[in-house]
Design a binder for this molecule. Structure first.
Ligand SMILES: O=C(O)CCC(=O)C(=O)O
Length: 310
């Protein structure tokens, strides 16, 4: 059987054959985000939930250790023996006054159900980014517990090792917590992905660094429109551009919300020169480290990374 035939059969098995309309493509391009209704079959979402929640339960300690690593930042060595229990990680973060976390995150779970969805979303990623081929950057599970804090506004690209404008994330809620109105589905700052003026006029004067930092903390006057696509149905997904500011609220159903995020870049996107050393990228450097630590040592700055192409 040809590979395109296999892909078609896989698409039919896991999704209802969603095709991106011009309206969706325009929304993604203009606003930086869009809703993909009925992307996956309910049975696919249920299977993903079962496998992914089991994966999270089996790897809780590792997710807490990642939080400690992120807090220590890349210039301090993380000693696993010091953090061999969940309690030791929690006690350390508490002693550092972190005041809670937004979620527990698991990178690149090796699960068949996730691989199938990667195959389908890779095809859509090409259409939305308008490129011939894409590279899978990462898959990621976001578990937001009832006690967790809101996810702060951020854009994804600074946390990644890429020099690109072509990045897309599919965010797929796997249980009720991510779909209901008032729940912890993503919120998006409309058009913030094309706000080049922010960097140009607010971020280029070293002498005013302190003032600039303060200004950057509150952009609520600058960005009037924060949108969401809630309520979603199970099987719906949202997409957002890698530069778009996005966040999520608290999980207020008293349960845990689990979401799968799948991120692609243009296959021609290269590894940023000086990645991990640059001042402006440092804040987010540790957050995705688990995702790229296995290959970044083999990657060449200014060249494409050793990641799978679709
Ligand atoms: O699920 C969340 O709360 C955060 C997800 C996120 O930031 C992302 O998918 O880029």
């Amino acid at each position: 059987m040809s590979s395109s035939m296999i892909l078609i059969l896989m698409i039919l098995k896991i999704c209802k054959g969603y095709t991106p309309s011009l309206v969706d493509q325009l929304a993604f391009s203009r606003e930086g985000h869009a809703k993909l209704p009925k992307l996956l079959r309910l049975s696919t979402v249920q299977m993903l939930y079962t496998d992914c929640s089991r994966f999270c339960s089996e790897n809780v300690l590792s997710a807490w250790q990642q939080k400690v690593e992120v807090h220590l930042k890349h210039d301090k060595k993380f000693d696993k023996t010091q953090f061999s229990t969940i309690e030791s990680c929690q006690a350390f973060l508490e002693s550092e006054g972190t005041g809670g976390i937004p979620f527990l995150q698991h990178f690149n779970p090796d699960l068949e159900a996730v691989k199938d969805v990667v195959g389908v979303t890779s095809q859509l990623a090409k259409t939305f980014l308008g490129v011939g081929k894409v590279r899978l950057y990462q898959t990621s599970l976001f578990l937001k517990r009832a006690v967790d804090h809101p996810t702060p506004f951020h854009s994804d690209i600074p946390m990644t090792p890429f020099d690109t404008n072509s990045m897309i994330t599919f965010w797929i809620p796997l249980n009720a917590g991510g779909v209901k109105a008032g729940g912890s589905g993503l919120q998006f700052v409309d058009r913030s992905h094309v706000d080049i003026a922010l960097q140009f006029f607010k971020n280029n004067n070293n002498n005013k660094r302190k003032k600039r930092k303060k200004e950057e903390e509150d952009l609520s006057k600058r960005y009037a429109n924060v949108s969401n696509h809630l309520p979603l149905q199970e099987g719906d997904a949202t997409i957002h551009n890698g530069w778009l500011l996005h966040a999520s609220g608290r999980e207020n159903c008293g349960c845990e919300r689990l979401a799968l995020a799948i991120t692609f870049v243009d296959a021609d996107a290269t590894v940023r020169v000086g990645f991990g050393k640059e001042e402006s990228g440092n804040s987010g450097y540790g957050e995705d480290k688990r995702s790229f630590e296995n290959w970044i040592g083999r990657a060449k700055e200014g060249s494409t990374p050793p990641l799978p192409v679709y």
